[in-house]
Design a binder for this molecule. Structure first.
Ligand code: ZN
Ligand code: ZN
Length: 295
């Protein structure tokens, strides 16, 4: 198993352990806030399993059916993760509404809070690992998972504080109110996870600083060419596909033009990991007098 897959599998195990702990905390307290915490963790387990399946599929090499590879599968997993986060937020809102109308006292609060705090500490440690390794391995699915867990830790901390406040003040309505606030926060984080991955599926343009660096590198290494224009990029997991037009003098030989293309490609690939470059060579009358490189 690759490192990415091992991390994804470990995520499922961590999710199950945290879920068991949080369900136990809700069970002994009957608190709406702790219910919302446990409900959200069900999503973590499902999302981690989906990420694992998607990463297994994404790891397949390019084939005749999918010549660009299977890496986009990771974005699908992340979009579904966003949808699941939103569904769990709605379930929490519904539960909070019920408890709001029929408030009940919280039992065994201290034990419940301690168990939840311990589960959250596990989540925090694992979120850090996923974010670090996910960025290093350039895996959108692992990074989405890490971000998701990190946002859960924030929610749990707020809920623990909230239940503590209920105990201190005796105001039972604070419990469903905090659950509802946590649900709104979870809803927003679900939308953000989705936005990022939909951007990947829709081939959103890379960050301006990346485009600037590509321009710089093309300008530095395309000596002999006249112009480069129509630069476009697409993303799929850890891969980036880059294409542009390169205008060269009309009487330049194919081999010379090709040598320039190879030089530019090597320079780009040396600096940017997982880059696949396609360059379309054109004669001078195709020049646009604008774009990446104009001499
Ligand atoms: Zn295929
Ligand atoms: Zn052109």
């Amino acid at each position: 198993m690759s490192r990415t897959l091992t991390l994804a599998a470990a995520s499922i195990a961590v999710g199950c352990a945290v879920l068991a702990l949080k369900t136990f905390a809700w069970w002994i307290t009957g608190s709406a806030a702790l219910f919302s915490d446990a409900a959200e963790t069900v999503v973590n387990v499902v999302a981690a399993s989906l990420a694992f399946a998607a990463l297994r599929f994404a790891a397949r090499p390019a084939d005749a059916n999918h010549p660009y590879g299977h890496d986009k599968a990771e974005f699908f997993a992340a979009v579904v993760e966003g949808v699941l986060i939103i569904v769990s937020a709605l379930a929490i809102l519904q539960h909070a509404w019920q408890v709001w109308r029929h408030p009940a006292a919280i039992s065994a609060p201290l034990q419940g809070l301690l168990v939840t705090a311990f589960a959250s500490a596990m989540n925090l440690a694992w979120a850090g690992t996923l974010l670090r390794q996910g960025r290093r391995l350039r895996s959108p699915a692992l990074v989405a998972d890490g971000r998701h867990l990190a946002s859960d830790v924030v929610t749990s901390a707020a809920l623990i504080a909230g239940v503590g406040l209920v105990l201190a003040t005796g105001l039972l309505w604070l419990d469903p109110l905090l659950a509802a606030l946590a649900a709104v926060y979870i809803l927003v984080s679900g939308l953000l996870v989705m936005r990022d991955s939909v951007g990947g599926l829709m081939d959103a343009a890379p960050a301006p600083e990346v485009v600037d660096r590509i321009r710089e590198l093309v300008a530095l290494h395309a000596e002999g060419a006249l112009e480069a224009h129509d630069l476009r990029t697409r993303h799929a997991g850890r891969l980036t596909f880059l294409e542009f037009h390169l205008v060269v003098p009309g009487d330049m030989s194919v081999s010379t033009a090709h040598t320039i293309c190879d030089r530019v490609e090597t320079a780009l690939k040396d600096e940017m990991v997982g880059l696949a470059v396609t360059i379309h060579v054109e004669p001078p009358h195709k020049a646009k007098h604008q774009g990446v490189l104009v001499l």
